[in-house]
Design a binder for this molecule. Structure first.
Ligand code: ZN
Ligand code: FE
Length: 263
């Protein structure tokens, strides 16, 4: 059995549509635009077997209908959000075998379980399995999504859930935001040597137009300021930005999320 591998298809300015594929089949994560995916499937002679959506924003679901065309491939997505052509509404469950808590792709075969990670949107989900994490716009390399529908408390909890996955987990995010995120992170935590190293690596990748993803949970834990709200240097920076002493991860998170919005 050969494991499926993951390929990025670019869309819009900086979206990644992740294609999970083997020699014959493809499942597609967050197809905001159908055209580049259809081109890819055609040129690689792949059959579409599933669409997986993480949240309802148009740059993640806008291509669902056109990509399906006449195909009856299943569409997995969050149960509590409005997803075009959704056939398999999913939510996290404690009972791992429950069908509505995972996306099963029998062609590979691959089973991805669902994690509820509200914050960016109220019903945002992630897919996790076989050391792969598809986390949409919740966790970015060195950053996190904006709070459009959820609270800081929810986002902190969602990010904690993702950072508790195994270190070697490959992290596939929805956008190429890494270099910008690192520029911000360097200001928040100038003493982080791992971050300085990552900046060099990522600058070099972007110079050559190469995707900086996937990241890993290990790298995120050592470089992502939004996962490091308990680090003294970050508490100090956030407190300086807020103009008052901050305590606790939610207060620190709230300050650096606001700071990033205005950076
Ligand atoms: Zn989004
Ligand atoms: Fe997005």
């Amino acid at each position: 059995m050969t494991l499926p591998h993951i390929v990025p298809v670019r869309a819009f300015r900086d979206n990644y549509i992740w294609v999970i594929r083997d020699r014959f089949y493809a499942a597609v994560v967050d197809p905001g635009d159908a055209a580049p995916v259809l081109d890819y499937l055609r040129s690689e002679k792949l059959k579409l077997i599933a669409i997986l959506n993480t949240h309802h924003h148009n740059d993640h679901v806008g291509g669902n209908a056109a990509l399906l065309g006449k195909s009856a491939a299943p569409v997995f997505g969050p149960a509590t959000e409005s997803i075009p052509a959704l056939t398999h509404p999913l939510k996290e469950s404690q009972e791992k075998k429950k069908d509505d808590s995972n996306a099963y792709l029998p062609e590979f075969p691959l089973r991805l379980s669902v994690l509820d990670i509200p914050g960016h949107t109220a019903g945002h989900i992630a897919y996790y399995g076989a050391n792969l994490l598809f986390c949409g716009d919740t966790l970015f390399a060195c950053g996190c999504g904006r709070l459009f529908e959820g609270t800081a408390q929810q986002m902190v909890h969602s990010l904690e859930k993702l950072s508790s996955l195994p270190d070697k987990t490959q992290v596939y995010c929805g956008h190429e935001y890494t270099l910008n995120n690192i520029r911000f992170a360097r200001v928040v935590e100038p003493g982080n040597g791992a971050l300085a190293e990552l900046e060099k690596t990522v600058e070099n990748l972007r110079k050559h137009g190469i995707a900086t993803l996937p990241s890993t949970i290990a790298v995120e834990k050592s470089t992502n300021p939004f996962l490091r709200c308990s680090q003294p240097e970050i508490i100090e920076s956030a407190s300086r930005y807020a103009g008052k002493p901050l305590t606790g991860p939610v207060e620190v998170f709230t300050a650096i999320r606001d700071w990033k919005n205005n950076f």
